[in-house]
Design a protein around this ligand. Structure first.
Ligand code: ADP
Length: 262
């Protein structure tokens, strides 16, 4: 079943065209990674999906409903967005930060059910002991987990994550990927994640979208997308790709071009 349908999506900042005719179907309960060099348009695409940015043309359908016709609160009841952690500051406690995720569901008041939901998610992620800590004083790994908790209490069928592992050590990288995998497997959530690490993308994704210059140049199962040829064309890097125990590994070997900046 198609959860997100993107058709001929175009978007530009001022005079610069970024996304060019992006079309893709994302299936329900799938873990989809978006890979591609810096500036390829990964974040821009996630922001169009979350209606932070308005496309110039093209269509996005969520569960068959045109995103253009959904109000902001309706969007927030369908899609949760985990931004890059580095640009977020919340001068509040962890509990209050996570509670902010309940906003799309709140009536006039915060009720016990909303607070219960926050405790439940903090408990699920094993971070209930951080509830009264100040968000700003936590480590990058803890902050990332709290931003994910905030998205989880939003109770949406779709979660969008923008490079959630990029500032984390390998333990915390796996921690984040495992949380997302469980969401997909146990709660039927559809996850769309921009990620730089091709090995993490290959290990966890059902589908990978590889972007370059605002276009999807390859999409499909990790083994069909993460080929030496695609990596050379998209990143300008020679890479050795091999499979062991059904897991695909990518080892970058050398740069093939002087620059890949557009
Ligand atoms: P990625 O997430 O793949 O690194 P982005 O979507 O962040 O790529 O950026 C795509 C292109 O859009 C880049 O060339 C970037 O410089 C440009 N861009 C991103 N944000 C803005 C902005 N607010 N104003 C103008 N250009 C932007």
């Amino acid at each position: 079943m198609v959860k997100i349908k993107i058709k001929d999506l175009c978007f530009g900042y001022a005079s610069t065209q970024i996304l060019e005719n992006v079309s893709i179907d994302i299936h329900k309960s799938s873990f989809v990674s978006i890979v591609g060099p810096n500036g390829a348009g990964k974040s821009t695409m996630l922001k169009c999906l979350n209606k932070i940015l308005t496309p110039d043309s093209g269509e996005i359908h969520i569960d068959g409903r045109n995103l253009r016709h959904l109000k902001r609160m309706e969007v927030a009841r369908n899609l949760a967005y985990v931004p890059q952690s580095s640009n977020r500051i919340f001068p509040t406690t962890v509990f209050e930060t996570v509670l902010m995720g309940r906003r799309p569901h709140l009536g006039w008041f915060i009720n016990e059910n909303d607070k219960e939901k926050v405790w439940q998610v903090l408990d699920e992620l094993g971070i209930e002991d951080l509830a009264l800590s100040s968000f700003d004083e936590l480590s990058g790994g803890q902050q990332q987990k709290i931003l994910i908790a905030r998205a989880l209490v939003q109770d949406t069928g779709i979660i969008l994550l923008d490079e959630p592992t990029s500032n984390l050590d390998i333990w915390h990288q796996l921690d984040v990927m495992e949380i997302v995998k469980k969401l997909v497997n146990n709660r039927n959530v559809t996850a769309l994640m921009a990620v730089h690490d091709l090995n993490l993308a290959s290990k966890y994704s059902d589908q990978i979208l590889m972007m370059k210059d605002g276009q999807i140049v390859s999409a499909g199962k990790p083994a069909s997308v993460l080929t030496s040829e695609n990596i050379a064309n998209v990143y300008g890097v020679e890479a050795h790709v091999h499979t062991h125990a059904e897991t695909l590994y990518v080892m970058p070997l050398k740069q093939l071009v002087m620059s890949i900046d557009a």
